[in-house]
Write a protein that binds this ligand. Sequence first.
Ligand code: SF4
Length: 971
Amino acid sequence: MSHNLFNTLQSFDLGNGKQGKFYSLPALEAAGVGPISRLPVSVRIVLESVLRNCDGKKVSEANIKELANWKPNEARTAEIPFVVARIVLQDFTGVPLLVDLAAMRTAVAKLGKNPKIIEPLVPVDLVVDHSVQVDFSGAADSMARNLDLEFSRNRERYQFLKWGMQAFDTFKVVPPGIGIVHQVNLEYLAKGVLQSAPGETPAALYYPDTLVGTDSHTTMINGLGIVGWGVGGIEAEAGMLGQPVYFLTPDVVGVHLTGAIREGVTATDLALTVTQLLRKTKVVGKFVEFFGPGAAELPVVDRAMIANMAPEYGATMGFFPIDVECVNYLRATGRSDAHCQLYENYYKAQGLWGIPQPGEIDYSQVVELDLGSVRPSVAGPKRPQDRIELGNLRREFFNAFQRPVAENGFGKSRADFSKVVTLTASGPVHPSGGSQEPVSQQKALAAGTNPVTEREMVQNRPSPEPEPVAVPPLKGKIRHGSVLIAAITSCTNTSNPSVMLAAGLLAKKAVERGLKVSPVVKTSLAPGSRVVTDYLKKTGLTPYLNKLRFNTVGYGCTTCIGNSGPLHPSVEEAVVKNDLVTASVLSGNRNFEARVHQNVKSNFLMSPPLVVAFALAGRVDIDLSCEPLGTGKDGEPVYLADLWPTLQEVRDAMQSALKPEVFRKLYKDFAAQNPKWNEIPASVGNVYEWDANSTYIQEPPFFTDFTMRPGSIRSITGARALGIFGDSVTTDHISPAGAIKKSSPAGKFLGDNGVEFVDFNSYGSRRGNDRIMTRGTFANVRIKNLMLGGEEGGNTLYFGDEVDLGEVGDRDLLVSFGDSAGEKMSIYDAAMKYQASGTPLIILAGQEYGTGSSRDWAAKGTNLLGVKVVVAQSFERIHRSNLVGMGVLPLQFKEGASALALKLDGTEVYDVVGLDANLKPQQDLTLKITRKDGSVENIAVACRIDTPIEIDYYQHGGILPYVLRQLVAKA
Ligand code: SF4
């Protein structure tokens, strides 16, 4: 449906002699609606969507006027209905999303309606990238073997995706082995400008490419001037089904970039520097927009790296406006000349062409960064914002080694630092006297590769039962600070040819000097697209990387998402037995505890060439600015400076390597290039036939007993604490993606259902099965429940089921606290016991609750455990909205209040008072705390249901029941 509000429906020159239509922002300004040309570019692009989609219902004229009059600094109360042009998914989040869509179709069919009313209204692209694991590495056939395993492990999920492809008209899948979602988005999916579909009115309407994705790092596309960010799967589903994505009008922080990067510094160093700077600036929940001469000079691939790390600095987006660099990138990556021309013409017609210069835009705040001040850096050992200048790493590692755990350290003593463990030829002695490797492994191990047995195929999982066979000869020494994993990984870096070629050039010089990587270091190269392989090959650098065992292990997230695979058992045992603080070095964007590998405690983010350098050095307690990283074949020490490629060397390599036709060739006909994908049979039909025996795909209970009538908002009484957590609890702590422990509730469930330990796969791959994911919620081995004194692991104290406030009433409050000492058990078991007695549950947490990757299972699992309320000191943006989207109430402690300050230990009973049909966004509510001695304390908390639409979602029990009721009502 078209409109011509404010006479904004205008024409522009497509560059091919024809005219196209567009909703003109200059025309909107000319109509006196607002000072639009002073608005941040990112806000103007959202405004275009609001203008174009104005229908008087979901999007109103008032929304247009409000946003057109955005003020840099004012109280943010207005919510923006943002209709995005498309949606991207990765497989870990995409499969559960498809499961929900399938479940909605089942629910609609049960109501006797046409299941096809559940259909994505915008294009949806799912890239299968998160499943591949580094089981095999360091050998020529590593990739093929990892891919084989990936298909055998994930066959059921892939079958289900193929069902989705045929059931939904607008749902497309980029199969495994092609690349990583954000790199594929940048190099292929993104168009920059989109055109209305045939038959839509007005015809030939052009509009900006905008999107949301079910992955935090969707922001990478901001580097190409495209507005988009990560949302939970739940929000994405609603977006697909015609709901706007609602968000509060943001503050926009302008980052004024000046100067230029110096010799010896990489774009990764810049991204880490920006991350640290913006974390300190406190940009959580804000848009960040880069401007100034420094921004204009950066190529799109550098911008994309900075944009990629927006979740690490906490911003909703890290946006670079549109300019000639964008069109150059589109052209260089194979987009047609005609498209590039219309792209340029469109943004010029919109007045959105060019990186703004100082004074042109009104930002909420301006931060300065001179690119010339950026130094070679790494970040770690536990958080991406903890940047360390390269020359300080040795000292910083040693400091962290001795710092208390509570202060983000490792709590070790100085004396402990000198401990060295020698891996003998016989490896760790196993109780049976044998090795953990069967004979089939030994040849490969002897050859210096890092293979695993069939039994060792699951990422990070504990070693299985021993076998009485001889021990493979892996020689070496390990100590605190030893590098055990060196991974060139992550779309953050693999999308940028300059750092990838720098890694190859450094490898070449290292090989020429005769340097080698110790076999205890597990090395891997996982490009985010096959284009990388092409240019490394064309530049002749592949053999050098291979020589250092940086063989390609697959095209996917691998180590970046924690799929680093098992270490050699001898190494792993030495680490665990001696409690060594060893290291991983990776070109990823996250290094939270237990993300990269459960037994590798310190994790440093860095550029790909530094990954190679640290692999060669074999340790992180080294100052590479003055200590040699090895000894050359001539017996002379080799320093980093001897190997580091110059900017000119990198530029020369890039010139000869990047060709548009390569992108065109590699990004077409995926299925034809992927026989394994073609071999997978797909079921057909509009409604999925659930297999009750599947341990991967199950119908979730979200729509069981679905009726058209929503519930009502009521106070919560008699809630028990399921967990009390400290600061920075990540979504990975809440809903881990990695290994499933045999002894965990999920592991026991799988075992009881006849799944062998070798086939457990990871939580991430089991997100289509709510039975496993609910059991996995709060099951991260590193989560610390303060109810148990901060003990690690997913346990809690269960206080019996005798709380019954309802019958007794408020005045004569009489509460049985059950066993006042509490019974220790798994969080899942306690939750089920509480559920059986109808006891609502509460989670208490510190700052930044739900930080980390967007993960809707962190909210879904919370809901399915029976948690009704989460009270935290602050919330990560996406997780807060996911909690609301699942009908869980987020409450925020007032300044100065916390579980710690209130001395809460989980023995209390909680009520949330003031919840009723008149609930308003962000209003204050009362948390009533009844302690075990009967004393009562009432504290004010802020309701973090932030927007009016979220009140509706909450009332309906979540966003999905809300959307389903709307769709069924219309059908
Ligand atoms: S490589 Fe890392 S950042 Fe990129 S999509 Fe995968 S997990 Fe996310």
